[in-house]
Design a protein around this ligand. Structure first.
Ligand code: SF4
Ligand code: SF4
Ligand code: FES
Length: 1002
């Protein structure tokens, strides 16, 4: 390792380090422009030139390796003179006259000031030009301030692995171009904003789509981020969307979150400061005009003789049901002609306010949804809620109550809510949306190795895995920052095997795409193992030392030859063989999957067959051989970890164990017999005609859209005796409530969240909840005390202290330890423990430390296409939206990018039916139908269609099959049989919309 001297200080640099690296290790600030951490070095701007003793010329610090004995002066007269020259030259084609007197607005201008270069443009040279993205609602260019450092080009290519931007033309005409024709859509832009974050001048900037106070004190209705005056504060937060758990900095001005800034790329964050379009541009829902500012109470409730009673007279007079209102239900709305843009405008050019109307208004809560409610005080709604929960407990028994918790709320909030329902109300009917996503992963992983979380880290997949096998996961859209990491791994040389019925982006980039028929994964995975065994490629030592029951699996996979699997899955046998060999050969194969595997009536079996493959080849317990069920929501892992599921307390400690119950009741100060030793009901068992549940509390979930068979769910919720909903907006579910409790968004509270790799991170409060809304923790504490459970906490840090006391694998966790860093990956068994990057290196958490194989047979999906319903329906997420759209459809940028529901249809099928892009079709299943616009897409195979899950007005769950997996009770969201029929113009059976007509911009 070379030893050198920089500005008189001696330093030992790592082998291969540059002078710049060595200087930075000493905190010596060598100016840079084209250099940026992690990006390939191009050394073209020459601002970093330094003097090296004995060297007649200045050398580029960013591109010159540190050598033994070097004596470097970073601010020599020659170096400073060179920098002044470089800056003057760049200023020749920069609007220098705009640089504020004595100040600066960006990194480049800061250097102009630092080196005292006159901010004037003396030449007659024209300002630079380039592709401008003029009409883009999210990212725009002002190429007059481009200094051609090419950071944006490299960031797009090397961090995001997209390659939208390039350097075009030559000499004086050199400029940054956007794809071949200036259209980012055509070039594959994902609006991730990576180019925005690396640009040193703001030439590439985003649009802040909200009223902001400008530098001159005037309010403007939107602003370029480059013009944003210094903000009041930056607050470290965690993105509220997917399970990657990107850390972001919320920029607050005038008590509003006006902008999102990336953490510095070299900070220890799971995202290295990158985000996707949702994390960077999708947080303005926090300020949306629809936010609930006061508690709401259904009209008809009044207090008589000290108790709240409901009088249905007014509802009856207005023709509403007891729990209804003047709106079309989801089923009715699905039939309506869609007034929103017929098709996605993205295929032509980006659009914004001009062509579509202002997206901020288009999905506003219809005004008439508020009609059945009156504004109430907190005292009124809390009193009524506590009264009804206690009444139901005491008259109908604790099993008549249930709670849906939230994978978007913090660990502390989820812990306290299950604590209230268990310790205060005496029921284990506690669940959340994990039931609808990874519950089958959990049941299969629990059975095989007694674990419920990922074994490894995203970083090892990016840096170390030789083979990445990813199944049923559209990662570049659903978890884009992890998707980019996978693309970087492929660039590094990792082999990528994708199993997915759709030709998604990763499938198109994969070395092998196993494009199987939906729901046939068991046959595919059994055949892979069959071939591995036939070739003797299993890891015999691992199997012998660390597993049980391998012989059962050997028998189970015997009939699944690759040829037989081909007939079931449509994947060529040779491809199955090749994928199997690559995976088994590794040597470090990572296994990743998501809802494409789990949301089936055989979801547990499918994951079990994958775990068999993984265990038989020993692909777990080593850095690079990660097992990661990729989690959907930002805290679906944490909500389960802290007990928001019906069978366990925190840390998956079973509710059936009296000793464990005793530990919890002692902590909570209630008698043992308060909490049953029986497992509670799951989401899909609660929303059933036969369920005993009559009163519900829902925090931050929207089950009317997210549950299968919406029409049934909508009916069921209407029949409840009492429904309380705690949320940000009056959602499709909240409109049926008795009380609506306005909670806080992620930006308005401090709490912790667990990402997909078991990383517990602290997200801090940036602003107060608006109006008279309240922090969710505060609401739960108040209610817990009212239902008789002592809940003395003053804030989330104190709640975490209790969680740590009752949760062995979190014992060393506290807010203080999570503050200002990348968080801790549990297990963290004590206060000095550094966290655990990967698990199971020598044993599984079972009694004898061994995992168990479980042989599984292929069973076809519950409903297959036939003459009447000849298509297979698949559903899932889009890049720009999130679950039921509550937040993303209220984000300017996201709604502008994807403004309405679509069905992806293969062009050949469309041609046969005589429909084209944007035409409306009716998609019908045995359970319902929706009217929706066509998007032609070769991503879907013939006779398959894909409908995203985000849209109320074309709710895909009117169609999906409620058939349940027998172990996990997850519904078969991913496969059902549908028909697709063209809508004739002015069709008489299709009604015009009622509620949507009230929305602006239509
Ligand atoms: S937004 Fe992302 S994908 Fe688009 S040009 Fe910028 S870096 Fe590339
Ligand atoms: S990848 Fe996930 S966590 Fe990261 S910014 Fe996007 S949605 Fe947020
Ligand atoms: S920063 Fe070294 S040449 Fe540009």
């Amino acid at each position: 390792m070379p030893k050198l001297t920089i500005d008189g200080v001696t330093v030992t640099a790592p082998e291969g380090a540059t002078i710049l690296d060595a200087a930075r290790s000493l905190n010596v600030d060598v100016p840079t422009l084209c250099w940026y951490p992690t990006l390939p070095t191009v050394g073209n701007c020459r601002i970093c030139l330094v003097s090296v003793e004995g060297n007649p010329k200045l050398v580029a610090a960013c591109a010159t390796q540190a050598a033994e004995g070097m004596i470097v002066t970073t601010e020599s007269v020659a170096a400073v003179k060179n920098r002044q020259g470089v800056l003057s030259l760049l200023l020749e084609r920069y609007p220098a006259e705009d640089i504020p007197e004595g100040g600066y607005r960006n990194e480049f201008e800061q250097l102009v000031r630092r080196y005292d270069v006159p901010a004037t443009r003396r030449s007659g040279m024209p300002l630079r030009t380039g592709d401008e993205r003029d009409d883009d609602p999210i990212i725009q260019h002002d190429m007059s301030t481009c200094i051609l450092c090419t950071r944006c080009v490299r960031a797009c290519e090397d961090i995001q692995v997209v390659g939208v931007l390039d350097v075009g033309n030559r000499g004086d005409h050199t400029e940054i171009i956007v794809g071949a024709d200036g259209n980012p859509e055509h070039a594959g832009c994902t609006w991730c904003g990576e180019c925005v974050r690396v640009c040193p001048t703001g030439a590439i900037h985003d649009i802040i789509p909200m009223a902001v106070r400008a530098a001159n004190g005037q309010m403007v209705d939107h602003m370029r981020s480059k013009d944003l005056p210094p903000v009041d504060r930056n607050v470290r937060s965690v993105c509220p969307y997917c399970g990657v758990g990107c850390q972001i900095d919320l920029q607050v001005r005038d008590e509003k979150v006006v902008h999102v800034r990336s953490p510095w790329i070299e900070e220890n964050t799971p995202n290295n400061g990158s985000t996707c379009v949702k994390g960077r541009f999708g947080t303005d829902f926090v300020q949306h005009q629809d936010r609930l500012l006061k508690p709401l109470m259904r009209r008809g409730w009044s207090k008589r003789d000290g108790r709240w009673v409901f009088d249905a007279t007014e509802h009856a007079r207005r023709g509403w049901q007891r729990r209804g209102g003047p709106w079309d239900n989801v089923q009715e709305e699905a039939h309506e002609k869609k007034r929103r843009p017929k098709t996605n405008p993205l295929n032509t050019s980006p659009t914004g306010m001009d062509s579509l109307g202002d997206p901020r208004d288009r999905v506003a809560t219809p005004k008439d949804w508020y009609e059945p409610f009156r504004e109430a005080t907190w005292e009124e709604v809390m009193e009524l809620t506590a009264q009804e929960l206690v009444r139901l407990r005491d008259t109908r028994g604790p099993e008549s109550l249930a709670v849906f918790q939230s994978a978007k709320c913090s660990n502390e909030e989820n812990y306290l809510l299950q604590r209230m329902f268990r310790g205060g109300l005496g029921t284990n009917n506690v669940d959340h949306c994990t039931r609808l996503c990874h519950s089958s992963s959990v049941s299969a992983m629990q059975r095989a190795m007694n674990t419920s979380a990922a074994s490894g880290s995203m970083r090892e997949v990016e840096k170390e895995s030789d083979v990445i096998f990813i199944l049923g996961a559209n990662t570049t859209e659903s978890h884009p920052v992890f998707g980019a990491a996978i693309k970087r791994a492929v660039k590094r040389g990792a082999k990528l095997i994708v199993a997915d019925p759709r030709k998604i982006e990763l499938a198109a980039r994969a070395h092998i795409h196993l494009q199987s028929v939906p729901g046939t994964d068991v046959a595919l995975l059994n055949a892979m193992l069959n071939h591995i065994l036939a070739r003797g490629m299993e890891d015999k030592a691992f199997i012998a030392a660390r597993t049980h029951d391998f012989d059962k699996v050997r028998e189970a996979v015997k009939p699944y030859t690759p040829e037989r699997a081909e007939t079931i899955t449509s994947v060529p046998a040779d491809l199955i063989r090749q994928a199997a060999e690559w995976y088994a050969r590794g040597p470090r194969s990572a296994t990743l999957w998501a809802m494409g595997l789990t949301q089936h009536a055989t979801g547990t079996d499918i994951v079990a067959s994958l775990l068999n493959l993984l265990l038989a080849t020993g692909m777990i317990g080593r850095w690079g051989a990660a097992m990661i069920p990729i989690r959907g929501q930002n805290n679906v892992q944490g909500a389960s970890d802290v007990g928001a599921i019906p069978m366990v307390y925190t840390d998956y400690q079973p509710v059936t164990d009296p000793a464990i119950r005793h530990m919890f009741v002692s902590t909570w100060g209630v008698p043992d017999e308060r909490i049953p030793l029986q497992v509670g009901l799951k989401v899909t068992q609660i929303v059933q005609e036969t369920s005993p549940v009559r009163g519900m509390y829902i925090m931050g979930e929207n089950p009317i859209l997210s549950d299968p068979e919406v029409s049934h769910a909508e009916h069921w919720f209407r029949e409840l005796e009492f429904l309380a909903v705690q949320d940000l907006f009056l959602t499709e579910t909240a409109r049926y409530a008795d009380v609506v409790l306005p909670g806080a968004s992620f930006a308005e509270k401090t709490g912790t969240f667990v990402n997909t790799e078991r990383r517990i991170q602290l997200s801090k409060k940036a602003i107060d909840p608006p109006g008279n809304s309240r922090g969710d923790l505060e609401i739960i504490i108040d209610l817990s005390n009212r239902v008789g459970l002592p809940t003395p906490f003053k804030g989330s840090a104190e709640v975490m202290d209790e969680i740590a006391r009752v949760t062995p694998s979190w014992r060393g966790v506290s807010h203080a330890r999570l503050d200002g860093n990348g968080g801790l990956q549990y297990p963290v068994p004590h206060a000095e423990h550094p966290g655990t990057e990967f698990l199971f290196d020598d044993r599984f958490p079972t009694k004898d430390g061994k995992a168990t194989f479980v042989g599984v047979e292929f069973l076809p999906p519950a409903e297959l296409p036939d003459e009447e319903y000849p298509f297979m329906l698949n559903t899932g997420r889009q890049m720009y939206h999130w679950h039921t759209g509550t937040m993303t459809r209220r984000s300017f940028a996201l709604d502008a990018r994807e403004p309405g529901p679509i069905v992806e249809l293969n062009p050949a099928d469309a041609e046969e039916m005589g429909v084209g892009e944007g035409d409306e079709v009716v998609v019908s299943s045995r359970r319902g139908e929706i009217r929706i616009s066509v998007r032609l897409s070769k991503r879907v195979a013939r006779k398959q269609v894909f409908v995203p899950m985000h849209y109320r007005e074309a709710a895909v769950n009117l169609l999906t099959n409620p058939e349940l997996d027998p172990y996990a009770h997850i519904p078969e969201f991913k496969v059902c049989a549908v028909s697709v029929a063209k809508v004739r113009a002015q069709s008489s059976e299709v009604r015009e919309p009622r509620t949507l007509a009230t929305q602006a911009g239509d």
